[in-house]
Write a protein that binds this ligand. Structure first.
Ligand SMILES: [Zn+2]
Length: 364
């Protein structure tokens, strides 16, 4: 069984709480460069997290739980905002193995989504919110979007049947280099990955055939999550060339002529997303670049800077509703606002490089 090189602290890590890295390009042979070459989890993420894990976890749990009564009392906070959810793995725990990381069980997944629908939320495809926003219209605040990162086989096995049952569209951001691979993703930080005791679908990447089947259904959008899922901090040119390769795979195998995108690791503070990398995404013709910043999305703002809320194993429909209604980010942002009381409003879209017409040209 392959041994995970990621310390257990990383299992509970919250990427958005990582410290800001240096702006300088790491010298050859440094941790970041080695991680890039191996496309594994950047080693400095785990090391940086170790010193701040508990406080970050406490703040996160406080905001997650305290949002529920506020949401019950007051409902949605902002009229012109909606939320995008981020999932990774949807599988069952395996006896005698550590809990799968970044996972929601299939049963919990169904409860979360059906519970949101029962509370009046409406699921829209990512492309529809992009198109609506780019046309200058307001996305209703009941709207939420479902996305998956990486492209685990369990999304096909466990999530897709639930999505079909509930009629919920979703986008899968696939790291295309690993399609059809019998090996675990090199960046998967679950210690149980590749174990004989674990069902292969709990860690294995999607196959091309599975992707084709989901894409053909019309309910699932396939999109890029880069080709290699490497560490592209301070490396916009490398990101662009990796994305070109990924877009080629999407075009050749699935006939996808334009793609949405979510940054691997995705946090701004740690440098995994931001204006320089977003610019590289615009240049290669992507339709958006989503981060992992847990914040609401505002109609009319730049889709190359939209965040997403992580849907976690212990989230209920009620805690997710509180996230989608803005309470989680309000509580998480309280400390930041105390330090920066005059923080500016969300930025409008600077340039409409992507047009609604481009979006409508659905791949065949
Ligand atoms: Zn990822």
């Amino acid at each position: 069984m392959p041994v995970s090189h990621v310390p257990p602290e990383f299992v509970e890590m919250e990427i958005s709480d990582l410290p800001v890295p240096s702006d300088e390009t790491p010298p050859e042979g440094s941790v970041a460069v080695v991680a890039h070459a191996a496309a594994g989890v950047p080693a400095d993420l785990a090391a940086q997290h170790a010193s701040r894990g508990r406080l970050a976890h406490w703040k996160h749990e406080f905001a997650r739980r305290a949002g529920v009564p506020l949401n019950r009392l007051f409902g949605g906070r902002l009229q012109n905002a909606f939320g995008i959810l981020m999932y990774h793995r949807v599988t069952n725990p395996v006896p005698d193995l550590p809990e799968p990381t970044f996972n929601v069980t299939p049963e919990r997944f169904r409860e979360q989504l059906s519970g949101l629908l029962a509370r009046g939320f409406i699921a829209w495809p990512l492309r529809l919110v992009l198109e609506t926003s780019l046309r200058g219209r307001q996305v209703p605040r009941e709207v939420f979007v479902v996305t998956f990162d990486d492209g685990y086989e369990n999304v096909y096995q466990h999530a897709w049947p639930v999505l079909r049952d509930l009629g919920i569209p979703a986008t899968i951001f696939v790291s295309t280099a690993y399609l059809d691979s019998p090996e675990p993703f090199p960046f998967d930080n679950w210690a149980g990955k590749g174990s004989a005791a674990a069902p292969a679908e709990s860690w294995r990447p999607l196959t091309t055939a599975q992707c084709r089947q989901m894409h053909a259904s019309g309910l699932i959008e396939l999109a890029t999550h880069t080709h290699t899922h490497a560490d592209f901090r301070n490396r916009p040119n490398e990101l662009a060339s990796d994305l070109e390769t990924s877009l080629e795979v999407l075009r050749d195998r699935f006939g996808i002529s334009n793609s949405t995108f979510a940054f691997p690791y995705g946090t701004k503070k740690a440098g995994f997303s931001g204006p320089v990398l977003s610019e590289a995404c615009r240049k290669v013709g992507l339709l958006c670049s989503l981060t992992t910043e847990q914040e609401l999305t505002f109609s009319g703002t730049d889709p190359f800077d939209w965040g997403r809320f992580e849907a976690e194993s212990n989230d209920t429909a009620e805690t997710l509703a509180a996230k989608l209604n803005g309470w989680y980010s309000l509580l998480r942002g309280a400390w930041r606002r105390m330090r920066h009381p005059f923080q500016s409003a969300p930025k409008p879209a600077p340039r409409r490089v992507v047009t609604a017409a481009t979006l409508s040209r659905r791949a065949t």
